[in-house]
Design a binder for this molecule. Structure first.
Ligand code: GLA
Length: 727
């Protein structure tokens, strides 16, 4: 049993393979957090200490006991008004404008399997793979109930948390803050690892000490955003990639969020993660309920790399879905960096011919095929195939592409609308905008009001009418701006619009994947602006960044690898000089970086030399050989590209018999010092043959010291070492 309840002292214990999470309902009915860490079989209530803390309040029912204060005790779901002055998990505004809420234990239930969340993505599991604990807390005065949901996936060292709030009272309330997780640590000095960035430079690694004063990341953009990824890691100072304890929290949501960590006055650490609270004030009438999105927690005591491996496995097997979940995706050629808006059917077919000749398996027709769309100023919203521009019908195009043995993919940006579009002219009220004010434009486009069912229904019909024509195997789902004008003409109370928008998005995606189970959807948001666990529930791969430069990508994909599986990372070979930063890199380097993801190309390969085309043919053949290892293997980060001269990473088969290492020289200097690539995850005491030079190497030396890098001249060279166990 992963979840145990001790009726004698009201202790709940959640066990995974290597971790234990424990909490207790105390004599006042408060739910206190006791422990989260290495697996243990004891009870941790002795860790609670009580002292008279001046200026920390005492609950009324503690009587004269001044030593009982929620300001100092670790809690599962702290609320304002309880005497805890730290950051709360929930804030409620009652009808009389009071903001009090006093949550006490009321009941619980434990069952096999994993809970689901209405309208929201969540980790899924079979009955025997997970257990759920539902703990109900209640505010006796207002009747508000809070159901804390805990899902335990033992195998993955994963515990999920989510919250359902039910208004069981007779008066309406507003939820003004709801966090899905609160983690209180009684002791310890932690570093916080988070991933910041910008368009074309997403998920840059940052590790800073948690100190007095809150450190907060989040997004107010209506997307999870390029700026901060909805993931936060905590690790004591001494924890490294390969050793030490660490915790992760990943938000399974694609809109605004906040994550916060603070060391309090008693040197305790509190971490919170949940929905963004600005412009959030969710109305809950009597009898209504609200689901706060899930947070996936994981724990490792074997360093950060193991923590990532836990998440990779869990996301791949229990979050991503569909036909493509477990199989290598088709190697694709995307038209964007090849043609931008300048193409027609014939040109695409020409490109497809060259692609087929190189061994590419799918042509993706990116932006520019619909409505009046010769640049990014018009046409969004008009999802009809522009036969005039394309010189043929979609059916004819699909027939030709299929005739070459290729699959066909198509680009959509369903959530946006240009003012210069037939749809906007017919339905200006469908765009989000504040009444009486001009909306903020982003890429010269507005955002459709996905909190409205009629808008979502309309888009569903439009997308289906394209997909029903047949012949489309892949859809790239883009979203190219942030949401500024959070106001829906279709709704009175505006406090829930941002959340309802994301529910609308998820509803549309869900309907499409149910109707087209064979369709592969790739998420995209101006590159990686919505690279989150929520989207991965619908789209098993996400375009990682609009930056296709291999050297920047080493860092972007490094940051991404902390929280997301390699099978999710959309990655393409593009032209040199690179079109985002002008950098020139060898084709081989570009291919190594791109094949460490869902492999594809994004350039006009028609113009390449015979030698380059030959190289591409060989890369694709290599990819097919290595793809199962790349997608299913254990992923190891071998270097830190933010610190080291080399970017290095590795895929190791579960049985440890095969390993594929990649290394990219990020810097060159005169009279170079020697870099060694320290390999990980091999079988100690054994030998491995390296395919590149045919030599046999001792595994322990490879893991202790590493492979010396060849001292070759020239920038950004890359190396690949395929090692197989000598039997
Ligand atoms: C975004 C995407 C690109 C491309 C363009 C098309 O920027 O990230 O890959 O699809 O839109 O407009």
């Amino acid at each position: 049993m992963a979840i145990q309840y001790n009726i004698n002292n009201n202790i709940f214990t959640l066990n995974t393979k290597n971790s234990t999470y424990q909490m207790q309902v105390d004599s006042y009915g408060f739910l206190l957090h006791l422990y989260y860490g290495r697996k243990m079989s004891g009870e941790a209530d002795f860790l609670l200490t009580f002292a008279d803390r001046a200026c920390s309040g005492n609950p009324y029912d503690a009587g004269n006991d001044r030593t009982y204060s929620l300001d100092a005790l670790p809690q599962e779901f702290p609320c304002r008004g309880s005497g805890d002055f730290r950051s709360p998990a929930i804030l409620v505004r009652n009808e009389d404008n009071s903001c009090d809420c006093d949550l006490r234990y009321r009941s619980h239930v434990i069952y096999s399997g994993k809970y689901g969340l209405r309208g929201l993505p969540a980790v899924y599991a079979k009955e025997r793979e997970a257990q759920t604990l539902e703990l109900t807390l209640e505010d006796a005065v207002s009747g508000l109930q809070v159901v804390l949901l805990y899902g335990v996936l033992e195998e993955y060292d994963v515990i999920t948390r989510a919250v359902r709030v039910i208004n069981n009272g007779e008066k309406p309330v507003h939820l003004t803050r709801i966090q899905s997780v609160c983690l209180d640590f009684l002791t310890g000095s932690y570093d916080c690892i988070s991933f910041y960035g910008r368009h074309a430079m997403e998920r840059q690694y940052q590790r800073i000490p948690v100190s007095h004063g809150a450190f907060q990341i989040g997004s107010r953009r209506g997307t999870s955003s390029h700026q901060y990824n909805p993931m936060m890691l905590l690790a004591p100072r001494e924890t490294t990639e390969d050793s030490g304890i660490c915790y992760s929290a990943s938000f399974v949501y694609s809109g605004g969020f906040r994550a916060e960590v603070e060391m309090d006055q008693f040197n305790q650490t509190r971490m919170l993660m949940g929905l963004a609270e600005e412009q959030f004030s969710y109305p809950l009438g009597p009898g209504e309920d609200f689901y706060a999105p899930e947070v996936i927690l994981s724990y490792s005591r074997e360093g950060l790399n193991k923590l990532s491996q836990n998440l990779h496995a869990c996301f791949r097997k229990h979050l991503c879905r569909g036909k493509y979940r477990d199989v290598p995706r088709p190697v694709l050629l995307n038209s964007w960096e090849a043609f931008y808006f300048d193409f027609n059917g014939e040109k695409l077919c020409d490109l497809a011919r060259a692609a087929a000749d190189a061994g590419i398996e799918m042509l993706v027709m990116d932006d520019g095929w619909f409505g009046k769309r010769d640049d990014d100023n018009s046409g969004l919203g008009d999802w009809f195939f522009n036969e005039k521009k394309m010189g043929m019908s979609l059916e004819e195009l699909a027939d030709q592409i299929h005739g070459m043995g290729l699959k066909l993919g198509i680009w959509f940006e369903p959530e946006c609308i240009n003012e210069d579009s037939d749809l906007y002219r017919a339905h200006p009220e469908w765009a989000l905008a504040f009444p009486g004010r001009k909306p903020v434009r982003g890429r010269n486009q507005l955002v459709l009001d996905f909190s409205r069912k009629d808008v979502v229904d309309y888009l569903y019909e439009e997308i289906c009418s394209i997909l029903d024509g047949g012949g489309i195997e892949y859809l790239k789902w883009d979203f190219n701006r942030s949401i500024a004008d959070v106001y829906s003409g279709g709704c009175g109370d505006q406090g829930g619009i941002s959340y309802d928008y994301i529910l609308g998005l998820y509803d549309l995606l869900e309907r499409l994947i149910v109707r087209y189970p064979d369709l592969l959807i790739e998420g995209c948001c101006g590159g990686g602006g919505r690279f989150d666990a929520g989207m991965l529930y619908y789209t098993p791969q996400i375009w990682c960044s609009d930056n296709t430069d291999a050297i920047d990508r080493v860092k972007i994909q490094y940051g991404t690898s902390f929280g997301y599986p390699i099978s999710a990372v959309g990655s393409h070979v593009s032209v040199a000089p690179n079109e985002q930063n002008g950098r020139v890199t060898p084709l081989q380097t570009r291919s190594y970086v791109a094949m460490s993801g869902t492999f594809g190309y994004e350039l006009d390969i028609r113009g390449l030399s015979g030698e380059e085309k030959e190289a591409i043919r060989a890369q694709i053949a290599d990819y097919h050989r290595y793809a199962p290892l790349i997608l299913d293997g254990l992923y190891y980060r071998l270097t830190n590209p933010f610190r080291d001269e080399v970017g290095g990473w590795e895929f190791v088969s579960e049985d440890r018999e095969r390993a594929l290492c990649f290394a990219v020289m990020l810097e060159v200097h005169g009279n170079m010092t020697v870099n060694y690539l320290r390999v990980k995850g091999l079988l100690s005491g054994r030998q491995y043959r390296c395919e590149a030079d045919g030599k046999v190497y001792d595994a322990d030396i490879l893991m202790e010291v590493g492979l010396p890098f060849p001292a070759k001249m020239g920038e950004y060279r890359a190396y690949r070492y395929y090692l197989s166990l000598c039997k």
